[in-house]
Design a protein around this ligand. Structure first.
Ligand code: NAD
Length: 474
């Protein structure tokens, strides 16, 4: 059984209960991590609280230097970490390397932006007074993350929390807790004060204990909308700050004047990257009448060309899904849509944890697959008469993470960028898109409390203080 990292030490959990970690690649149990009890959670939060002052007294430059040390660890252990991500999550190895690279490269952005988190000098309305603002941390921060990007998703929140002096208690997803041990080791060998980073493992109950602890002042949660909303309710009772990144049902709109081949390529990538298990994956394709048939043919052809298989093999495009629970939901969505009249044009078979990438045509809004997050290798296609109908259907969703439109019309591109209700809109590019200096986050039930990504993330993790000095005319 692994240990917990609390207050700068590796400790046995109080509870002897463990969680077995299965590899979706082989089905074997590859490790066991503790299921942290409320006592373990209390210890970790207490360690974070004790580290607050020392972390705050460090300069932003010193905290940025810690991120550099952490990055050095990731660089030195990159092969080991990328292989572990594939082993515990199931994504193709080249995708795991994209994840490690992203974290290594973006650490510099967090460090760089954190030392430039300037306040304002505010012209006072009274004589003899000097007024300014400064950004300050909230206090102990719970970072709770999902399994689909075990390094990248918690990485951004942990970097920005530490860079802005919020000590962290990190609880990774129970499906993929092993990568988190590398994050803990990276901080252990850095000059971060003891207790400023803590790792506890466990499932939802451990997460709920952490969220419920009164000394946690900031919660950076990434995961499902249902859990995020429960967390927001608990946090509201003591007004703890929440940064929530949750689910999506992201659309790609394809208009008659689009480049069919490029649109199809982007859709197939958007639906199938990480076996479709991406919050901003392509969950709906909304196509106008004139391009529909050509687009669907091209999407089917490219979907059938994907190579499913061992994620460690070079050339594999799609690996296994992370668990039976996730695979079952995908299968149920597709089966129900077919019962309600959708046409399954390709895919839909299962073999172990693999789900054969599917394309569904004639999808309507009455079907769950058109409204609820599926999180798998499925491309549902909704046909509409015209551009206005496409915008209307795209926006008729409780979610609003990212959206994309394929068109040759500059007017339509700008119009859609203004009208689509989503945290990100991309033109002639997949909606399954992010880059280092752009903010990432959702509208509606996809997110709240700020944005992920470099300076946006840092701003979300700090509060503004007003300071006034009466230096002359008392
Ligand atoms: P999940 O909500 O089931 O779990 C996420 C994390 O929350 C896990 O660590 C889990 O143990 C913990 N948790 C569960 N119940 C809890 C509770 N009551 N209190 C506190 N913590 C609790 O999500 P998942 O299945 O791990 O991940 C898939 C979901 O994550 C999808 O909906 C996906 O869209 C979303 N996601 C969103 C983003 C984003 O940036 N918007 C990124 C990745 C994944």
């Amino acid at each position: 059984m692994r240990q917990l990292y609390i207050g700068g030490e590796w400790l046995d959990a109080e509870s002897s209960e463990g969680i077995e970690v299965d590899s979706p690649v082989t089905g074997e149990v590859i490790d066991t991590v503790p299921s942290a009890s409320s006592q373990d959670v209390r210890k970790a939060v207490e360690a974070a609280r004790r580290a607050q002052r020392e972390l705050e007294e460090m300069t932003a430059f010193e905290r940025a230097a810690v991120l550099d040390e952490v990055t050095e660890y990731f660089e030195e252990h990159e092969d080991e970490i990328a292989e572990l991500i594939t082993r515990e999550e199931g994504k193709p190895l080249h995708e795991s390397y994209e994840e490690t690279e992203y974290v290594i490269e973006s650490s510099d952005d967090y460090a760089h932006d954190a030392i430039r988190l300037f306040g304002d000098v505010v012209p006072s309305e009274f004589r003899g007074r000097f007024a300014y603002t400064q950004r300050e941390p909230y206090g102990p921060c719970a970072v709770i993350s999902p399994w689909n990007f075990p390094l990248e998703v918690p990485g951004g929140s942990i970097y920005s929390a530490i860079a802005t002096a919020n000590p962290v208690v990190f609880k990774p997803a129970e499906e993929t807790p092993l990568t988190a041990y590398h994050i803990a080791k990276a901080f252990e060998q850095s000059s971060l004060p003891d207790g400023a980073f803590n790792l506890i493992t466990g499932a939802g109950e451990t997460g709920a204990e952490l969220v419920g602890h009164r000394d946690i002042r900031l919660i950076a949660f990434t995961g499902s909308t249902e859990v995020g909303q429960q967390i927001a309710k608990t946090a509201a009772e003591r007004n703890a700050q929440c940064l929530l990144e949750m689910g999506g049902k992201d659309p790609i709109l394809v208009l008659d004047d689009a480049d069919v081949d490029h649109a199809a390529e982007s859709i197939v990538m958007g639906s199938n990257w990480n076996a479709g298990q991406v919050c901003c994956g392509t969950e709906r394709v909304i196509t106008t009448e004139g391009i529909h048939d050509d687009l669907v043919d091209a999407v089917v052809e490219k979907t059938e060309a994907l190579t499913l298989g061992d994620p460690f093999e070079e050339g594999t495009d799609v690996g296994p899904m992370v668990s039976e629970r996730i695979q079952r939901k995908v299968k149920d969505h597709v089966d129900n849509a077919v019962e309600q009249g959708a046409q399954l044009l390709t895919g839909g078979g299962t073999d172990g944890l693999f789900y054969d990438p599917a394309v569904l045509d004639d999808v309507t809004e009455q079907m769950d697959i058109a409204t609820e997050e599926t999180f798998g290798t499925v491309t549902p296609v909704v046909r509409v008469d015209d551009y206005e109908a496409a915008i209307e259907i795209a926006n008729r969703s409780r979610y609003g993470l990212q959206a994309a439109i394929f068109t040759d019309s500059l007017e339509r591109a700008h119009d859609a960028a203004n009208r689509l209700k989503a945290g990100g809109v991309f033109v002639n590019e997949t909606n399954n898109y992010w880059e280092r200096l752009l903010p990432f986050g959702g509208y509606g039930e996809s997110g709240s409390g700020g944005r992920y990504g470099s300076k946006w993330h840092l701003e979300a993790m700090t509060q503004t203080k007003a300071v006034m000095m009466n230096y002359k005319n008392y």
